[in-house]
Design a protein around this ligand. Structure first.
Ligand code: HEM
Length: 199
């Protein structure tokens, strides 16, 4: 008989919460620097870039880990639209985890400012710009910058919707379905007997 995992691995749990925290922090920092002007923006934007690139690196590890160690299955009673929505939200998060950092990296690279303020992760580790974008003729660079900025903003809106659905789903499992779906990602939550186990 095959043994099925009923919770995420420790590595997956650590990566999930670290990436979640970094993405939420980066959204908060973006909201904050959007209220600033001129040179006051420089430091928070540079921190935002450092955190965003860290998300890109960690998301690559997370994807590799996910391919190597598959996620535990949802309880068998989760079917139909609920199962479809859960899977769509997970795919959406991977789009965010890669799309936000890549579009941010691209919009920063397609800016004349990249030569003045290169990306240096946490003031310590130089990170390259995307070469071809830094040498575009002025008009094309502006077009590319505007397109990547629009994509970055759109992905942010997708992220807000996904966070709402994800947290809503977690609350529903925890307090309405009363199952162990959330405990698979929060090790210290007490385990309950799921409907599946009871059958
Ligand atoms: C976890 C990854 C990231 C998240 C969640 C994120 C989120 C955001 C959000 C919410 C905004 C404000 C968008 C708006 O006002 O419409 C923003 C703006 C910005 N982001 Fe990111 N970002 C991420 C990664 C990056 C990376 C890796 C870079 C660059 C290396 C970057 C560079 C920027 C810049 C320069 C802006 C300001 C754009 C402007 O208004 O001119 N971001 N980001």
């Amino acid at each position: 008989m095959a043994i099925s995992r009923d919770r995420y691995s420790t590595v997956a749990i650590i990566l999930h919460w670290t990436i979640a925290l970094l993405i939420l922090s980066n959204i908060g920092i973006a909201w904050y620097f959007n209220t600033l002007h001129g040179s006051a923006k420089i430091e928070p934007v540079q921190l935002h870039k450092s955190i965003g690139i860290t998300v890109l690196v960690l998301s690559t590890l997370r994807l590799a880990w996910r391919l190597a160690v598959p996620a535990p299955k949802l309880p068998a009673y989760v079917t139909g639209w609920e199962k479809w929505l859960a899977q769509a939200v997970q795919v959406g998060f991977y789009v965010i985890m890669f799309g936000m950092p890549l579009s941010g990296w691209a919009l920063s690279s397609a800016s004349p400012l990249i030569h003045v303020f290169p990306i240096v992760l946490f003031h310590a580790i130089p990170w390259p710009a995307i070469g071809p974008l830094t040498t575009l003729p002025h008009d094309q660079m502006k077009q590319a910058h505007d397109a990547f900025t629009a994509a970055h903003g759109l992905l942010a809106k997708l992220a807000y919707a996904l966070v709402a659905l994800h947290v809503g789903g977690a609350l529903k499992h925890q307090f309405i379905s009363n199952d162990d779906v959330v405990a698979r990602m929060i090790p210290f939550l007490p385990r309950r007997m799921t409907k599946e186990m009871a059958e």
